[in-house]
Design a binder for this molecule. Sequence first.
Ligand code: FES
Ligand code: FE2
Length: 424
Amino acid sequence: MLDVNNLVDGNQGLVNRRIYVDREIYEQELEQIFARVWCFLGHEPQIPNPGDFVASYIGEDPVLLVRDSRGKIGAFLNTCRHRGMRVCRADAGNAAAFTCTYHGWTYGNDGKLVGVPGYKEYYYEELDMEQWGLVPVAQVDSYQGMILGTFDPSAPPLLEYLGDIAWYLDFLIHRREEGIEVVGGVSKWIMPCNWKFAADNFIGDNYHIPVTHISATKLGFSGTLRRRAFQVNPMDGHGIISRLIDAEEPGSFMSTLFPEMAAYQEEVQVAMEKHLGDRAKQIIPIVGTVFPNLSFEAFTFRVWHRAARTRPKYGSWCYIDKAAPPEIKKQMHLFHQRRFGPAGTFEQDDGENWNMTTASSMGRVSRRYEFNYQLALGHEGTHEDFPGVVADGPSEHSARGFYRRWASLMKAENWTERINALQQ
Ligand code: FES
Ligand SMILES: [Fe+2]
């Protein structure tokens, strides 16, 4: 196993470019990280009825998330136990069973092998059907409707894995009692960049906003709230940017281009204070990442999905409170597409950065020069009202935490070591 200690120094904010482009590191990442941590699989309302399924990924492993005929949610490797064909080739749908299109083995929506052509004549009834069901994802659980899974049976439970990031996520995905709903389906696209650039951008890079997104900001796609960002690292690997609410300097993070939505936002604030309590009077969490590859922005969550070394497949969802009026839901989808859809202003800006930083890391000479993640190094602290390590203003401390956790997991032999790594 490659020792990544000399490639990442999270405490000093130095990151070697090899970790974004090196094939050996990428393979180790799939094994040490993606095969063990909790990864996003789908949103509960995507599979409301028995037999509903969506296709997803954990790392490069295709996974089928299914609600079986009895209503139980499960997830399985989407690969036939006979000789590896994908058993379901649709992105989403409803099925009582999945029949492999290679030789016809059939699996129930609970993953059990229920049919084998020639079972009597060619297998002489000697095949142990019980043993050859689809491989289940070891643990599947959900938080506020977000379903995650891990292949590692010894991984800590989901809530423990999330830690205090859950406290902040409530503001985004559970700010009203009824929770959220996805509008407009899933957008998917492929981008030539390493997944970590996207994850570390969402975890706490508000430093880039006035430069990268200057045109989007000038066009009015950002809100009027100008308070300094409050950056939180609730546990190494997770991070979220929040804004402090200041009654003396009012404003909205909602774009002025959509006045009805800004008005709705004010309505929600009242509902949110009732639902989440006093904390809702103090901060507005806006954008963040749950380690490794699930990121949020107000009204969108996204997965840097298939972690191909330099070509991840993105999945992006637009969400809004379930209780929002239909007209607001429609507007929200439009608002999302214009900002963070595949051709959205912000998404295009960000994509260019990630594509080019990946390409520049390929260069033989460029690769010798590490990245600098030292912004506001040593200026982190705590806040009496909010969990986690915080920084008031632009800081790369959540990104430093992301790479510390990445490096710890890359070398940890087991979950005990990994848990220690998570708690650093
Ligand atoms: S590979 Fe699926 S039935 Fe042969
Ligand atoms: Fe951005």
